[in-house]
Design a protein around this ligand. Structure first.
Ligand SMILES: *[C@@H]1O[C@H](CO)[C@@H](O)[C@H](O)[C@H]1NC(C)=O
Ligand SMILES: *[C@@H]1O[C@H](CO)[C@@H](O)[C@H](O)[C@H]1NC(C)=O
Ligand SMILES: *[C@@H]1O[C@H](CO)[C@@H](O)[C@H](O)[C@H]1NC(C)=O
Ligand SMILES: [Zn+2]
Length: 436
């Protein structure tokens, strides 16, 4: 099927069925909701097994981690699914009977989460004088941090809101760059489009810290800040992110209500007005890849699109940070065709991935989203590219499924350090002219 991304489309996904309360420190995490839940990696061989799995997941609801829906299951590509504790045995039995290969990636999701958050109570997040970039922060802390950055670096930062979320939260963007200089080129980076990808907002914060902190002594960063305006949106899907802390750790979509169904939310990376709701997107409001009732139906997408349209003349790069898969993707997502400025973009991607590798030897695959990951329509990179942004990238950060969305806080530093090198490389490239 066309939705299958040729060779290595392995590694991605999600589905979501549960809810609970997070009480930081002490009390039961998410009301013990994920006790006994497992994450399985299933690898179908051949067309028959693919069909079997697609049918099986019509009968049995699971939370797709990678790829993000059953329709994207392909031959010889693995599928990571989060299975509720009541269904693990049934699912395994059915796979065994069909001789389909699987392995258990996480044997008890609740325990894994508790292991990781064991130290939360002793961490004293709020009393720390220095903001801790090596832990995940809830929305309120991130917003306070943005105000703090705005207050501390008035000559390099401007914080403003581009609109409001479905639930009425401000959509903050930090503008970085020497404010006393004119700029002709700008770059946009958003994080936290998908709520459960917590490493993503962590990276946006890391990026801002590095950009501001190294401005004085790092001549490269100074060049970037003097010649570029960098717009950073640390949490795009604010409602969903808040919900992933408070209620459901594995929530992906926005939180908008649907007129006909009780299921909430739209996939904010399927809601853009570019080949909207075609292949790789779902029309069903309960699906994790739901495209929404119409393009830009989500206030978060509408606000970002309006801002990007307004600044399109200067925007040279659009970067969206996701997880997980370890990939650097560029247009097109919705079709297999090659983009007109392929050579420039491919070179930029190759340089970025090489820079990333130089930090810790972590390998990223890179290429057009459609052939490297899977086909998806209504994505933000395709939209940005169509609106004239020559360099549009989506990162899928660590890992490749060992922890999936539960990437431990101990891996924030290496992940952000290496990603910083890649983003820096892309930004620096904008100051040169590509003529190929
Ligand atoms: C799905 O359910 C239908 C109807 O109950 C059944 O006929 C079919 O065999 C099931 N398929 C799988 C793969 O479990
Ligand atoms: C950020 O700081 C500037 C002054 O440098 C101020 O005008 C602006 O209102 C601040 N942003 C927010 C959201 O408070
Ligand atoms: C910003 O640019 C101006 C003009 O080039 C320069 O004088 C100033 O020092 C720069 N600001 C900072 C914080 O470096
Ligand atoms: Zn994502």
């Amino acid at each position: 099927m066309a939705a299958c991304a040729g060779v290595g489309a392995a590694l991605l996904g999600c589905v979501l069925l549960y809810c609970s309360m997070l009480r930081p420190a002490g009390a039961q995490l998410y009301r013990n909701r994920y006790d006994g839940d497992q994450v399985l990696r299933i690898t179908p061989r051949g067309h028959g097994e693919v069909q079997f799995l697609k049918e099986l997941f019509q009968n049995m609801t699971v939370d797709f981690w990678q790829p993000s829906s059953a329709s994207l299951i392909c031959e010889d590509s693995s599928v990571d699914v989060h299975v509720g504790h009541r269904r693990t045995r049934t699912l395994k039995t059915q796979l065994q009977q069909a001789f389909i290969h699987y392995e258990v990636l996480i044997s008890n999701l609740q325990k894994e989460m508790e292991k990781q958050t064991h130290s939360w109570s002793s961490r004293k997040r709020r009393s720390e004088l220095q903001y801790n970039y090596e832990v995940y922060h809830p929305l309120g802390e991130i917003q306070r941090w943005m105000f703090e950055m705005n207050r501390t670096y008035p000559h390099l930062v401007d914080l403003f809101s581009i609109g409001r979320s479905y639930e009425g939260r401000p959509l903050y963007v930090l503008q970085l760059g020497n404010r006393s200089r004119h700029y002709r080129k700008a770059m946009w980076m958003d994080c936290g489009v998908h709520a459960r990808e917590w490493i993503s907002p962590a990276f946006c914060q890391w990026f801002v810290r590095e950009a501001l902190g190294s401005y004085q002594h790092d001549s490269t960063m100074r060049r970037l800040m003097n010649h570029l305006r960098i717009f950073v949106m640390p949490v795009f899907n604010v409602d969903g992110y808040h919900y992933s802390w408070k209620t459901d750790r594995f929530w992906r979509k926005t939180r908008s209500k649907n007129a006909k169904y009780h299921c909430r939310g739209v996939d904010a990376n399927r809601n853009w007005k570019v080949k909207w709701c075609d292949e790789g997107a779902s029309r069903h409001p309960c699906d994790d890849t739901y495209c929404g009732p119409f393009p830009e139906s989500e206030p978060e997408v509408r606000a970002a699109a309006r801002f990007l349209r307004k600044n399109r003349k200067r925007l040279q790069a659009y970067i969206s940070i996701h997880a997980y898969a370890q990939m650097l993707l560029y247009p097109y997502s919705y079709k297999y065709a090659t983009i007109p400025n392929f050579n420039c973009v491919e070179t930029a991607a190759q340089n970025a991935v090489t820079a990333l590798y130089s930090a810790h030897g972590v390998r990223y695959r890179y290429g057009p989203a459609s052939t490297t990951l899977y086909v998806s329509s209504g994505s933000s990179i395709d939209w940005a590219y169509r609106h004239g942004v020559p360099y549009a990238f989506a990162f899928e950060l660590r890992d490749t499924g060992h922890y999936g969305f539960l990437l431990p806080e101990a891996l924030i530093t290496p992940t952000c350090t290496e990603t910083m090198r890649a983003v820096r490389s892309i930004a620096l490239g904008l100051l040169r002219k590509c003529t190929s």
